[in-house]
Design a protein around this ligand. Structure first.
Ligand code: BGC
Length: 758
């Protein structure tokens, strides 16, 4: 479709109209020109297509659909191909349901465990989030359906989400919060993006030209359209000028009128309006011209797929003495309401009306396993009565092993508000301790979207983090618990010992108007590692029923320029007796840097399936970005020349392989000297030292007392090392006070001009 030609035939009113929805879920049609409306739907881990009453909070019913595991789980798979398969299935269901765009993936960084929507978000690590988002997008869009990657950007809390300003320095934005969006835009070309509700450094994302045009389009090359989050528009004409193409949902024509008025008043360029229309129509016709409503949607097959996916996502956090897997002939007590009625998804706009749900109890019974059940606690009442605990203890005592299905009730975490603490219900903590005391073979299975404190961790030998595992979670759990599936999930976030340890603890939530990102780039493991802090479970951690060894780390060169790529290879061996999947993780660290940087950062990962005894080589390609930080002065990525560590292993705290490489920067940073420039900076610059040498030689002779010899007392009071160290911090102007006098003061300007000469 020649959309430019189409737009040129539209009146200003028609064009302004096209820039907002016709209702909650549809774009507007322009009947005169035969432009149809198309429908969008939440997402991201299944469809929330609302046929009748519409809302954006998951209140009203949507069609029966398939609920796949939420992103907290799928990201733990560390397998972009797996989420690609999920995306393909979702794309097909969109075709079947005539949906042009699915609203996801949601890739905001998990700044704090408290964010109410963490269950929908991917990770505390931007590289992992970016790779997983790209996989999902490629999957959905391979079926000619668009995604809307959200919420762009810095929407890392629910508290005051529609008005608060996320105040953050640019380096932190670039290195942490924008990176997942950037990676996915470049690698997977999402058809649309959804801007966030919040402001960024005071300017609403929905009218932020720096974000929506400078960075997103000009720097990253995004060529789709940007829609607003539902109700995120504040100043619509400003949004059009900034690059916000589509306002969602409908504004009843109010904002369309404002667009028309602004164009007529000459405060908004009609060309900006045209551009927004063209971008929307480009994507609309990309869908329409490839629409395949006859695509079948086999929900039963997707249910199986959801179970398979969750089997790859659940993280085995602890398994002392190899308690898991359980023997299939063992008598096992399943305890806890979540065994019967699992919590498998979060609340809000991502809430899916599952066509069926398989609980662990049902799955175990269907598999003919010898399982008993005790309720243990009540989710609705958020309590565990003495009778419930006594029944659970009796069931545990009468069984070979007890499995507790526990976690966070819906009301504890949801879109729309943040958690206020990181604890599980007190009743469940009590139940776990009581059951663990009754049967030493106690397993805890967690259903939650974000980390919890585990006061009972030393009392139980095994913990399986199922996260919010989708409607088939019970199937996957039983397969893992009884050994049909070997767990291979790894944590995409750190579990701190307590909330207070989290780097954003002092600032998260913020004050009335803003939330300051004062912890900067030190998010998640970047902080815990720098502080050498003990954590409950580190980023990247995940056990298996087999064991893996990492060996033979090879780098393609010991020294490279920052324009080169480096190939890193390592061998992973299955040293146990079961087939399993390892996740090889590669972290890069700058050994010595003028910039304050994390100890290590994830720059590559590979999931590999290995038979017992089998070895495979994994390889990674590192480029400039793997070593760079965001330099605010040159407004670009920069590598500081020097040594970098390359570590490979099975988690951020288990990295047996280490190499060092030297990376040479091909870019020279501009140097600006003035009278306050200090000697240690000048000394690091050979050109500056050449300029200063005659002056310094003269002063040295003078300070040495003429004959160059110090008295014994003077030498004792200030050693040569000490004076050298003090000299490090001496500003140029100091030379005037400490010896140079007026003669030097007169020369200083000229000297500084020479230092700054290119
Ligand atoms: C959420 C979005 C969602 C939209 C539509 C908003 O409240 O923030 O993630 O896609 O509603 O339901």
């Amino acid at each position: 479709m020649d959309v430019k030609a189409l737009v040129s035939q539209m009146t200003l009113e028609e064009k302004a109209g096209l820039l907002s929805g016709s209702d909650f879920w549809h774009t507007k049609a322009v009947e005169r020109l035969g432009i149809p409306a198309v429908m969008v739907s939440d997402g991201p881990h299944g469809l929330r297509k609302q046929d009748e009453k519409a809302d954006h909070l998951g209140v009203n019913e949507s069609i029966k659909a398939v609920c796949f595991p939420a992103a907290c789980a799928t990201t733990s798979s560390f397998d972009p191909e797996l989420v690609m398969a999920m995306g393909e299935a979702i794309g097909e269901s969109c075709q079947h349901e005539k949906l042009a765009v699915v609203l996801g993936p949601a890739v905001n960084i998990k700044r704090s465990p408290l964010c109410g929507r963490n269950f929908e978000y991917c990770s505390e690590d931007p590289y992992l989030a970016g790779k997983m988002a790209a996989g999902y997008i490629q999957g959905v869009q391979s079926r000619n359906v668009g995604v809307s990657m959200k919420h762009f950007a810095l929407n890392n809390q629910e508290h005051r989400r529609m008005s608060s300003s996320s105040d953050c320095d640019e380096r932190t934005m670039r290195e942490i919060y924008l990176t997942p969006f950037e990676m996915a835009v470049k690698e997977a070309k999402p058809w649309t993006l959804m801007c966030s509700y919040n402001r960024i450094n005071g300017v609403f994302a929905s009218e932020n030209p720096w974000l929506l045009t400078e960075v997103l389009r000009k720097e990253w090359g995004f060529d789709g359209y940007v829609m607003s989050d539902w109700g995120a528009v504040s100043n619509r004409p400003a949004g059009v000028a900034a690059g916000l193409d589509l306002e969602m949902p409908a504004s009843g024509g109010a904002n369309d009128e404002k667009i028309v008025a602004a164009v007529k008043a000459g405060t908004l360029d009609e060309k900006d309006v045209d551009l927004c229309c063209e971008r929307i129509l480009e994507i609309t016709y990309r869908y329409l011209e490839n629409a395949k409503p006859e695509t079948p949607w086999d929900q039963e097959a997707d249910h199986e797929l959801a179970a398979d996916i969750e089997g790859e996502c659940a993280v085995l956090l602890k398994n002392d003495g190899g308690l898991l897997p359980l023997r299939k002939d063992a008598k096992v007590a399943f305890i806890g309401e979540f065994a019967k009625k699992p919590r498998f998804q979060g609340g809000g706009s991502s809430h899916i009306n599952s066509f069926k749900v398989t609980s662990a109890l049902e799955a175990a019974e269907e598999a003919g396993l010898n399982v008993t059940f005790a309720e243990g606690y009540s989710v609705e009442k958020d309590c565990a009565t003495e009778a419930q605990i006594a029944e659970a203890v009796a069931a545990a005592k009468a069984a070979d092993a007890a499995v507790l299905f526990v976690g966070l009730p819906d009301v504890y975490e949801s879109e729309g508000y943040d958690r206020t603490h990181m604890k599980m219900p007190e009743s469940q903590d009590r139940l776990i301790s009581a059951v663990a005391a009754a049967n030493p073979k106690t397993v805890v299975v967690l259903h939650n979207g974000s980390p919890v404190e585990m006061p009972w961790i030393d009392q139980v030998p095994a913990v399986l983090e199922a996260y919010l595992g989708g409607q088939a979670v019970g199937l996957a759990e039983v397969r893992i618990l009884f050994g049909d599936v070997n767990p291979s999930g790894h944590l995409a976030e750190t579990f701190p010992k307590r909330l207070q340890d989290n780097p954003s603890y002092l600032w998260f939530g913020g004050e009335a108007k803003c939330t300051e990102y004062r912890e900067g780039i030190f998010v998640g493991y970047r902080y815990y590692d720098k502080k050498e802090m003990e954590v409950l479970f580190p980023f990247g951690h995940g056990l298996s029923y087999t064991t893996f060894a990492f060996s033979d780390l090879q780098v393609s060169a010991k020294e490279i320029a920052d324009t080169d790529t480096l190939i890193v290879k390592a061998t992973v061996t299955n040293t146990g007796s079961r087939a399993g999947k390892a996740v090889a993780q590669l972290y890069v660290g700058d050994v010595k840097s003028d910039k304050i940087r994390p100890v290590r950062e994830l720059k590559g990962f590979r999931k590999v399936a290995l038979e017992p005894g089998e070895s495979k080589t994994v390889s990674f390609v590192l480029d400039k970005r793997s070593f760079a930080y965001w330099n605010e002065e040159i407004h670009d990525w920069h590598v500081e020349s020097g040594e970098f560590t390359i570590e490979v292993g099975g988690s951020s705290r288990d990295l047996p392989l280490k190499e060092t490489v030297t990376v040479r920067s091909t870019a020279e940073l501009p140097r600006h000297y003035d009278e306050n420039s200090v000697f240690m900076d000048l000394a690091a610059d050979p050109r500056a030292m050449a300029v200063l040498k005659p002056l310094l030689d003269g002063m040295k002779a003078m300070l040495g007392g003429g004959d160059g010899e110090k008295s014994e007392a003077a030498a004792e009071a200030v050693t040569d090392d000490m004076s050298a160290a003090m000299m490090n911090y001496m500003p140029l102007r100091g030379l005037v006070s400490f010896g140079g006098g007026k003669a030097l003061a007169d020369q200083l300007k000229g000297l500084i001009a020479m230092l700054n000469q290119k």
